[in-house]
Write a protein that binds this ligand. Structure first.
Ligand code: HEM
Length: 211
């Protein structure tokens, strides 16, 4: 979980930074989208780096879900009968719900998001427009409900990230009484930066600050 989660966190950070190019204007954003497809040329053919990235990402998502399901199953097999004396703490219950139902919602969001901005099936502009035009049309004020859907999904990504980064620190054995405060702060900071960065884009378009 920690290794595939780490790959996904890196992707999210890079993706979020890339999206912020929308604030530099149409030319810069379209140039960035073009670069994603041509990076590595002429050493390797067009889209090679992008395709390898997509394969690694796809595998990371599948293995991340597979690890989550098998860990959950192992925990259940180890103790099929619920504890009588000590109920799960509020925090444990919250974390399990956030990760499980949040994870499923994020998966549905990714499917929508790919249909929207990678395959253009549900995008109002479709495949003939520029990447900038597709983004601006997607989050047009008249389509505020799409912005709300993105914001809700990104907030879930943020919660998932917060708990996931913290769990990864524990898995890697970094948690000690001395480091706990700093690591908890780092988990909050990573989640907050990614969430705020992602949310700023659709919200700015819907508010009319980017057009
Ligand atoms: C408001 C937030 C977001 C915006 C505006 C946005 C925008 C985009 C755009 C424009 C693309 C197409 C890139 C291209 O090929 O030119 C894309 C691809 C993608 N996005 Fe996002 N994204 C957002 C949030 C997210 C989040 C939170 C996730 C994951 C949980 C995510 C996962 C992906 C994936 C997996 C791809 C496909 C990458 C590929 O084709 O290699 N995005 N996004």
């Amino acid at each position: 979980m920690a290794v595939t989660g780490g790959i996904l966190v890196l992707f999210l950070l890079m993706h979020m930074i890339g999206n912020l190019k929308i604030f530099l204007g149409a030319e810069d954003f379209n140039h960035y989208a073009h670069w994603l497809r041509t990076v590595g040329e002429p050493a390797v053919p067009r889209r090679t780096v992008l395709t390898v990235t997509e394969i690694v990402l796809g595998l990371a998502v599948v293995l991340h879900i597979w690890s989550a399901v098998s860990l959950g199953r192992r925990a259940h097999e180890a103790r099929p009968v619920k504890y009588q004396a000590k109920k799960k703490s509020h925090a444990q219950g919250y974390a399990i719900h956030t990760m499980r139902y949040g994870g499923v919602t994020i998966l549905l969001y990714i499917i929508w998001h790919l249909l929207d901005l990678t395959f253009f099936v549900v995008n109002p502009k479709g495949g003939d427009a520029t990447p900038y035009e597709r983004m601006v049309a997607d989050f047009d004020p008249s389509r505020w409900f799409i912005t709300v859907w993105y914001v809700v999904a990104i907030l879930l990504v943020g919660l998932h990230l917060h708990h996931g980064v913290w769990s990864a620190f524990q898995t890697l054995g970094l948690r000690t009484p001395r480091s706990e405060r700093a690591l908890r702060g780092l988990a909050v900071a990573v989640a907050a930066v990614v969430t705020a960065g992602f949310i700023s884009v659709p919200v700015s378009i819907t508010a009319g600050w980017v057009s």
